[in-house]
Design a protein around this ligand. Structure first.
Ligand SMILES: Nc1ncnc2c1ncn2[C@@H]1O[C@H](COP(=O)(O)OP(=O)(O)OP(=O)(O)O)[C@@H](O)[C@H]1O
Length: 516
């Protein structure tokens, strides 16, 4: 009788604490070689911690790890790489001004960095790209590569270093639907060649489409471990959150857009420093009581639109009316004026724009509001009031752990998102602009955040949501605008939208319904 091959990864009774937080509780995980294994769980459930232990970034307090049948000690990423483990983090670890090729060579064995070895390296990389579908333009600086290509570069880098076990932490959070499909094809090709993939994601449909098996974590512990054939999206959601979760649109008619206009933008145009038009003649109205969704492949002007409307960028042309105030490019609003006029903004990049990572949570939680009389008396900051309010919004928005003094960087991604949303939504603005409201957020928290946005509209506010997730737009919006090439190329009530039509518009196909 032939022996069963050893699993690629076996983690046994892994335990890890960060101070009072018990991030991993006796976690056991077995992943057969040549399979794709999903790891899911609520924000803060301990998924990234577990994978960081496997990659040597953290040391477990207790527990054992076996790689391909051999007990190992992984004391750092060099140990992990030597064992054939590669990791692609949620936030890429690339040096942006360097070329893709130099990024691959950075930190690689010295002989690969010799000028004479470059040609050899290129030949090896070409072969790897061919075999895996990971096409990357090696001579371009990383800052010129779109997000999907940067991610391919990160994967290519791990394969170049001999990774047989690949850990991907929320790889599709920043990808367009097309890029996601491409990534999945690559992962399937790698699996066929014997690579083992560990995939952390909040998108349960992706788990069902790609994985062979899945482990569900809750509060640091494993609550379910099963083959994909034996589960469903609903069963996974329930295991993650411990209750049934509403995943689609909440029943009820979309709001008719007949409230008073709260925001009226006309003919907005903005060119970047190189003179490239990023927004071209964009007009839109937000009425009291409605949620307007902007669909589009990212990079088509959606981010610039949010930044212009929130006063972070000044357009070269156009006007904006916000309640009774009007703005022109000569006198554009700034973020502080915007807040005073009742407009709040949840930026899409929580690390660069939403939080100051080295700040404590309570400092991040008052950013932009620190000059309010409640927080500032005669120039003295009132830390006690700031901390008390932060504790309250953390409670209300279920930000975990409830520790206002913890550094902003030490919260899990989804909890950071809830903190930024809480800060902007708590003062009850009349207009809320939200970029990627639930990026990296778990399914229970998505339900909660969507509920908050709906309540805001139902209370007479207006919400503008930019999301690269069509599911999210269709679940939330009353009216949908589609952006392509810096313009609004289509508009319709959500009842007349489906993924195919929106997808066509997003790719720049004309709006047949509007033309008819
Ligand atoms: N360096 C750290 N210091 C203190 N606490 C930490 C640290 N890293 C993680 N934690 C805490 O450990 C817990 C697990 O976090 P982890 O990042 O593993 O969760 P996750 O399941 O990956 O969440 P998400 O889906 O939001 O990314 C959280 O409560 C988090 O705040």
């Amino acid at each position: 009788m032939s022996e069963r091959p050893a699993p690629a990864v076996r983690m046994t009774r892994i335990d890890k604490r960060f101070g009072a937080v018990h991030a991993n509780r006796e976690v056991t995980l077995t992943v057969p070689a040549g399979t794709v294994h999903g790891v899911v769980g609520e924000n803060g459930a301990g998924k990234s911690t577990l994978m960081s232990i496997l990659y040597g970034f953290y040391q477990a307090d207790r527990g054992e790890i076996e790689i391909e049948g051999k007990p190992v000690q992984i004391r750092g990423s060099n140990d992990a790489i030597a064992l054939g483990i590669g990791m692609v983090h949620q936030h890429f670890m690339l040096v942006e001004p360097f070329t893709a090729l130099d990024n691959i060579l950075l930190g690689a064995e010295p002989h690969w960095r010799l000028p004479s070895a470059r040609a050899q390296v290129r030949t090896r990389l070409e072969a790897l790209m061919q075999g895996s579908g990971l096409q990357v333009r090696l001579e371009l600086p990383v800052e010129q590569l779109p997000v999907g290509e940067r991610q391919r570069l990160e994967i290519l880098k791990t394969l170049f270093r001999g990774a047989r076990i690949l850990i991907l932490d929320e790889p599709t959070a920043v990808l367009t639907p097309q890029e996601t499909e491409q990534l999945f094809d690559t992962l399937r090709a790698l699996r066929t060649r014997g690579t083992t993939v560990l995939l952390i994601t909040h998108k349960l449909k992706e788990i069902m489409a790609l994985c062979d098996a899945v482990t569900v974590m809750r509060a640091g512990a494993v609550v379910l471990d099963c083959a994909i054939a034996d589960t469903s999206v609903d069963a996974l959601a329930q295991a993650m959150v411990g209750r049934r979760v509403q995943t689609g649109r909440v029943a009820g008619a979309a709001q008719a857009a007949d409230g008073a206009p709260l925001l009226d933008a006309r003919g907005l145009s903005w060119r970047d420093a190189q003179g490239t038009p990023r927004l071209a003649d964009v007009s839109l109205q937000l009425r009291a009581g409605e949620i307007v969704g902007i669909a589009g492949v990212s990079g088509n002007g959606q981010s610039e639109l949010l930044e212009v409307l929130s006063g972070m960028l000044v357009p070269q042309a156009g006007t904006l009316a916000l309640g009774s105030q009007s703005f022109t490019p000569q006198h554009w609003l700034d973020p502080e004026t915007a807040r005073e006029a009742g407009l709040a903004h949840v930026p899409e990049d929580r690390h660069r724009r939403g939080l100051v990572l080295p700040f404590a949570a309570w400092e991040s939680a008052v950013l932009g509001y620190q000059r309010r009389p409640r927080y500032n008396r005669h120039g003295w900051m009132r830390h006690a009031a700031m901390q008390a309010d932060t504790a309250q919004i953390m409670d209300e928005y279920d930000v975990r752990p409830r520790n206002a003094r913890l550094g902003s960087a030490k919260f899990s991604g989804g909890n950071q998102q809830k903190l930024v949303l809480a800060r902007e939504a708590a003062p009850k603005p009349r207009v809320l602009l939200v970029g990627q409201p639930t990026r990296g957020v778990d399914i229970g928290a998505i339900e909660f955040i969507h509920g908050r946005l709906r309540a805001m509209a139902a209370g007479g506010g207006a919400v503008l949501v930019v999301s690269s997730e069509l599911d999210e737009i269709l679940a939330l919006a009353d009216r949908v605008l589609v952006m392509a090439g810096g313009r609004i190329v289509g508009e319709r009530p959500v009842a007349l939208c489906d993924e195919t039509t929106l997808g066509r518009l997003m790719c720049g196909a004309g709006d047949e319904a509007a033309a008819a």
